[in-house]
Design a protein around this ligand. Structure first.
Ligand SMILES: C[S@@+](CC[C@H](N)C(=O)[O-])C[C@H]1O[C@@H](n2cnc3c(N)ncnc32)[C@H](O)[C@@H]1O
Length: 260
C-alpha cells in the first residue's frame, strides 16, 4: 500500500499537471544560486572531501562532472588541486561561468565531448538520470583507459517522498500513480544499488569500490518492506536498505583486464 495520504497524492498529481501545462521539467536539484557564497562553497567542499580521495592526483588532468546543478564549486576544488581543465555536463541548471570550467548543457546520455577525460565524477545526479545503462556507456567512452568515474548516488525518496525518517516510502508507490505524480517533474528514477552496478559492468567498467555510505534503520525497513512493490520486496534487506551509495568505477587499460 502506498505510504502517502490522499491529500498528498492529490496535491502531487495537480502539481505534476501544472508542470505539464507549463511545459515540463525545466530544472532539477538544489537551487544553490540563491544560497550565500559561503553555503555554496561549504556544499562544494563537502562533496569534494568525499569524492577526491578516490580520484587521486589530478595535476595536469582534465576532469568531467555530471550534473553539477548551478554550483561549479566542486570543479573549482579540483582545479585548485592542480587539475588543468574541467568539463561539466548539466541537463537543466545553468551554472555561472567559472574560469577553467566548460559547461555543456546536455543530458549525459547524449553528450558529445571533443576530447577524452582523465577522471569523471557525479554527486547526487545519477538517481535522476533517465537511462542509466546508456549514461554509463557515455561516461565509459568519455574516459581515457585507466580513468575513474566516482559516482555518489542518493537512493532516498525525493519530492513528496522526501522524508528523512522514512527514506524508502517511495518504493511503495505503484508505477501508474508514480507517473501521474512525477511524469513532468524532476524526481528519482527508483533504480536500486545493484542495478547501478549491473549498468556499470555492462558498460565495461571494473567496480573498484561499491560502498553504502548510509543505510535505512532496519526496524523501519522491516515495517515498510511488506508495502513495497514486488520488484523491491525481492531485494535482500542489506541491499534494499542502502540510501547513499558510492561507486568507484574504472575503465580498464585493456579489455582483457576488464574480464580478469
Ligand atoms: C540533485 S542535483 C545535484 C547537484 C549537485 N551535484 C549537488 O550534489 O549538489 C542533480 C543534478 O543532475 C542534473 N541531471 C539530471 N539528469 C541529468 C542527465 N541525464 N544529464 C546531466 N545532468 C543531469 C540535474 O539537472 C541536477 O542539476
Amino acid at each position: 500500500m502506498v505510504q502517502l495520504s490522499p491529500r498528498q497524492m492529490v496535491v502531487a498529481v495537480l502539481r505534476n499537471l501544472a508542470h505539464r501545462l507549463l511545459g515540463g521539467i525545466r530544472r532539477g536539484g538544489h537551487k544553490t544560486a540563491v544560497w550565500s557564497e559561503e553555503a555554496r562553497r561549504a556544499h562544494g567542499e563537502s562533496i569534494y572531501r568525499v569524492l577526491s580521495p578516490y580520484v587521486g592526483d589530478v595535476a595536469g588532468q582534465t576532469g568531467l562532472e555530471i550534473g553539477p546543478g548551478d554550483n561549479l564549486e566542486v570543479c573549482g576544488q579540483f582545479l585548485k588541486a592542480g587539475g588543468e581543465k574541467m568539463i561539466a555536463v548539466e541537463r537543466y541548471a545553468q551554472p555561472p561561468q567559472v574560469n577553467g570550467v566548460s559547461v555543456l548543457r546536455a543530458p549525459i546520455e547524449s553528450m558529445n565531448l571533443d576530447r577524452q577525460v582523465d577522471f569523471a565524477f557525479s554527486n547526487d545526479a545519477f538517481e535522476h538520470v533517465a537511462d542509466v545503462p546508456v549514461a554509463m556507456k557515455a561516461i565509459y567512452k568519455a574516459l581515457k583507459p585507466g580513468g575513474r568515474f566516482i559516482c555518489n548516488i542518493d537512493l532516498r525518496g525525493h519530492n513528496v517522498f522526501n522524508r528523512p525518517q522514512r527514506p524508502l516510502d517511495f518504493l511503495t508507490c505503484p508505477d501508474g500513480l508514480w507517473r501521474m505524480m512525477f511524469s513532468h517533474i524532476a524526481t528519482t528514477n527508483r533504480v536500486r544499488a545493484h542495478e547501478f552496478v549491473q549498468a556499470a559492468e555492462g558498460a565495461g567498467f571494473v567496480v573498484k569500490t561499491a560502498k553504502a555510505l548510509a543505510s535505512a534503520d532496519p526496524a523501519y525497513l522491516a515495517s515498510v518492506k511488506p508495502h513495497m512493490l514486488p520488484r523491491y520486496q525481492r531485494i535482500n534487506d542489506e541491499e534494499l536498505g542502502i540510501v547513499q551509495y558510492l561507486l568507484v568505477l574504472e575503465r580498464p587499460v585493456s579489455t582483457r583486464q576488464a574480464v580478469a
